[in-house]
Design a protein around this ligand. Sequence first.
Ligand code: NDP
Length: 334
Amino acid sequence: MANRQILLKSRPVGEPTPANFECVDRPVPAPAAGGALVRTIYLSVDPYMRGRMNAGKSYADPVNIGDVMCGGTVGQVVESLDPTFKPGDLVLGDGGWQEFAALDGSRLRKLDANAAPISYTLGALGMPGMTAYVGMIDIGQPKAGETVVVSAAAGAVGSVAGQIAKLKGCRVVGIAGSDEKCRYVVESLGFDACINYKTEPLLGRLRKHCPGGIDVYFDSVAGSTLETILRLINVGARIPLIGLISLYNATELTPGPNLFPLLVRRAMIKGMIVSDHANRQPAFLADMTAWIRDGKVKVRETIVNGLENAPAAFIGLFRGENTGKMLVKVSREA
Ligand code: NDP
């Protein structure tokens, strides 16, 4: 039996291409003492992986050339040298882009398949969901009656962030990259409006849908979208700076937005990294599990089949090919 792996072959310049990855078959590893061999069922592909493909350290170390690409995984234990886990257990871990991973028991969390679909632990009930929760609730601090704008609104983080703002009684306007996504955001997720930034004039549509100005802008995109939003922010606005996906593939510094309105409107823009907020995980899991169970937060996934298609799935994130969480299905649950 072989272990198929996707390695980082070269560092991208601009948008990543399939040539930056290499697919190899290696022997299946043996678990070390205190560890387990895990067969991957789902692999998460996320925008942050673009940063890991660069040589420089951002808030985490880069992946080395020739190493397996990093990534969160849901899998099933095949063999265990850690008494906490037995074969057949479903676990959340960081197995990376490969079919099998030998992981230390301290890096695994046992999953209850009856609680929610196991894939949700890579999306709404996992890192992206917690980013939405902490970013929206702790930093955005939405109050009933306020107007909240969410970019990348049909994606893993944005779709949950907007639904949380709705739960808090806000008017919520999404921004997304296709009419189909905008329909999904309004009709299925319950946002009040959604603007297709690729075909509609953003400033004019924001003026129409946010007649009282913008109190919270949940920013996953930065760039010219942020520039436009800043023109419409209210006094005391909050801007959780969650991501800058429009700049991840930029090869030179892009001209920045005019930050003057931040000063004049006494607004707050605050960067956040989800891993700093581990203390919020119990509250997040309790709330989000209940919201999903009660149908107050709806979840969608875009699932690409086959590990060999992981590079295409990842590249698809920068082309808007996903609605909801982008996942790779690597194998079946036994
Ligand atoms: P998504 O599921 O939202 O997928 C990415 C989406 O971004 C695409 O579907 C696409 O949707 C949109 N997009 C891609 N390129 C551009 C562009 N040039 N301009 C505008 N939109 C673009 O990914 P996630 O939900 O996982 O991540 C969303 C953001 O949150 C990212 O910026 C990510 O880095 C950040 N993040 C930050 C964390 C933190 O701790 N701070 C943790 C997790 C995520 P469309 O069709 O609408 O263009």
